[in-house]
Design a protein around this ligand. Structure first.
Ligand SMILES: NC(=O)c1ccc[n+]([C@@H]2O[C@H](COP(=O)([O-])OP(=O)(O)OC[C@H]3O[C@@H](n4cnc5c(N)ncnc54)[C@H](OP(=O)(O)O)[C@@H]3O)[C@@H](O)[C@H]2O)c1
Length: 224
């Protein structure tokens, strides 16, 4: 049987590393990608890539493919934000807007493209793509975080589009969004362990659950 491989794009000390640890503990080979390419375990494959350039995504996938093969689980966790003054959201230079949109959306597009190409010939029971979102796809604009919000809204659209396009193949796609029990955003403190538990559950379940997967720590999926 082919090795189970998970690839986490945008893996830092919080969500990324906890998700890596969870999948590694459950028999997956784990590749982690970031601008530093540093890994917290010699067992992981470190992939150095900067998703401000969407063309780096294909190279990152090639490194994983050439080393181990195509991943059956892909997590896109990178994000970018140039904070804007609340009363002057459009003062961010166009180049900065574009850079953030590349990380938040264009490189996600490229990652989904690479993933589904790899899945065509991959013998694996559960093929799962998870994007780490937040509530900005449904909250309306928060001017200070315009570049992040535009990206999350685009990302939700891409995930929905992927479900509609490839769901019949049994491929699963998620926009995962941790919330507080009252539905408010978890802000700057997402619970990395809760993410790792939920992401593993989504990967293990052969069925597609709601793609816009809002969840609460200790509770799981919660529709708001
Ligand atoms: N549900 C919510 O309300 C909520 C709240 C907070 C955060 N979030 C989401 O959670 C995710 C981040 O979580 P986290 O900070 O806990 O994760 P993390 O795994 O600790 O960090 C993410 C890593 O992504 C890497 N990264 C950033 N920009 C990159 C780029 N241009 N190219 C390649 N890698 C890049 C960074 O590593 P390098 O610096 O080495 O590149 C960073 O350490 C984001 O998608 C964010 O929007 C959601």
């Amino acid at each position: 049987m082919a090795a189970k491989i998970a690839f986490i794009l945008g893996a830092g000390p919080n969500i990324g590393q906890h998700v890596a640890k969870k999948f590694a503990a459950n028999g997956y080979k784990v590749a982690v990608s970031s601008r530093s390419g540093v890994t917290t375990s010699d067992d992981y494959l470190g992939v150095k890539a900067d998703f401000t350039d969407p063309l780096t995504v294909a190279r990152a996938f090639k490194q994983v493919r050439d080393t181990w093969g195509d991943p059956s689980v892909v997590v896109y966790n990178a994000s970018a934000l140039h904070l804007a003054p609340t009363d002057d959201a459009f003062s961010i230079p166009v180049a900065a807007f574009q850079e953030d949109l590349n990380v938040n959306a264009a490189s996600l597009y490229a990652a989904i493209q690479e993933t589904v190409q790899g899945w065509k010939n991959l013998k694996a029971s559960s093929k799962t793509f998870i994007f780490t979102g937040n509530l900005l796809n449904v909250a309306g604009a928060m001017p200070a975080m315009l570049t992040l919000g535009v990206g999350k809204a685009a990302a939700a659209h891409l995930i929905d589009g992927a479900v509609k396009s490839y769901g019949s193949e049994g491929y699963k796609f998620y926009y995962a969004d941790e919330r507080n029990p009252n539905g408010s955003p978890v802000g700057t403190s997402p619970d990395a362990k809760a993410h790792s538990e939920i992401y593993f559950q989504l990967a293990e379940d052969p069925e597609q659950r709601p793609w816009d997967y809002t969840f609460v720590k200790f509770k799981g999926f919660t529709k708001f």
